[in-house]
Design a protein around this ligand. Structure first.
Ligand code: FES
Length: 87
């Protein structure tokens, strides 16, 4: 499990091991559009302000993944205890 801290809406959303970050956000009433839910289409791309992502998508280039400033919440997770998102 890890935490999503939402910078703009000032909210904290926990992501359990059983759900994706996008599912946790949508369950908390924060709409993140999704389509493929497999890290391929890029629809759910979200800006990351702080924290270390565990990228599991096939959409971002390796350099983009390494930059650690965006992630795909339909499949990617956090390596750090929390990610701060621009939501
Ligand atoms: Fe397609 Fe996330 S919904 S990459």
């Amino acid at each position: 499990p890890f935490e999503l801290r939402l910078a703009r809406s000032q909210r904290v959303v926990m992501v359990s091991a059983q759900q994706t970050a996008a599912q946790a956000l949508n369950a908390a009433g924060i709409f993140v559009p999704t389509s493929c839910e497999q890290g391929i289409c890029g629809t759910c791309l979200t800006r990351v302000l702080e924290g270390e992502c565990e990228h599991r998508d096939q959409y971002l280039e390796p350099e983009e993944q390494a930059a650690n400033d965006q992630f795909l919440p339909c499949c990617s997770r956090a390596r750090s205890a929390a990610l701060v998102l621009d939501l």
